[in-house]
Design a protein around this ligand. Sequence first.
Ligand code: ATP
Length: 255
Amino acid sequence: MLNDNPVIEVHNLTKTFHAPGKGGRTAALTDISFRVGPREVLGVVGKSGAGKTTLLRVLSLQMPPDSGTLNFGGTTIEDSTPRSVVRDVTRRTSTVFQGFSLLYNRSVLENVALPLKLRKMALTERTQKAREMLDFVGLKAKAEAYPITLSGGEAQRVAIARALVTDPQVLFLDEPTSALDAQTSREILDLLKKAQRNYSMAMILVAHHLDVVRYMCDRVLHLEDGAVRRMGPIRNSVDFRVDPIEALWGTPHDV
Ligand SMILES: Nc1ncnc2c1ncn2[C@@H]1O[C@H](COP(=O)(O)OP(=O)(O)OP(=O)(O)O)[C@@H](O)[C@H]1O
């Protein structure tokens, strides 16, 4: 997968935040470089505060880095990049946020169709596409329901359908199963696997539960204090003698 042209390539990303009492700024990301291949599933792990969500927000162009370069399938995004180019790149990605982020005054169908409405797709066409996507995630019967009436697993399926409806090349996922019980988590992960196969996209997945990373990911990136501590392919067997995060890798330091 990495031998193909990468869908995302980042070099020396740095991001700081204003932090009163900490000398003015705190570094959330420091000198981050890596590539993600087409159809690759990359896990991002690390302790609370390591910079995982910040990395997803920078990669999904929700916030700019302080320095470093971001390249999406050959298009480099930097300060001087025209907004139309940034918008085109943004449209090639989707995000499944922690906590679903559904609009509670819109029906399930309207939620899923919303990204297409924002792209000015005609009503009939976007409604049909949203219905197809609800069918794909197993929620055809809930099209007219409102999010308040859904279980956590159903709400996450709607969020996934909404993310997939635009055919993204890259799907960003921030803790997609953190609010769900074990059985529902497994169903959501299987749905994501099916989506990744059907739609041939790359995924970048932040997860606290290492079982989730082991089940889903081809490679894993370990962030520590905002820097890449280690990155490489996941190993199948677990060596319980070592740190659980360290046990995810087979070969050392394959960045
Ligand atoms: N908007 C912000 N303003 C100031 N500091 C921030 C902001 N967002 C994140 N930070 C700081 O940046 C660092 C990284 O935060 P981030 O949320 O990316 O970590 P994380 O690994 O996702 O943590 P968690 O697993 O708890 O969600 C932390 O020190 C955090 O306090």
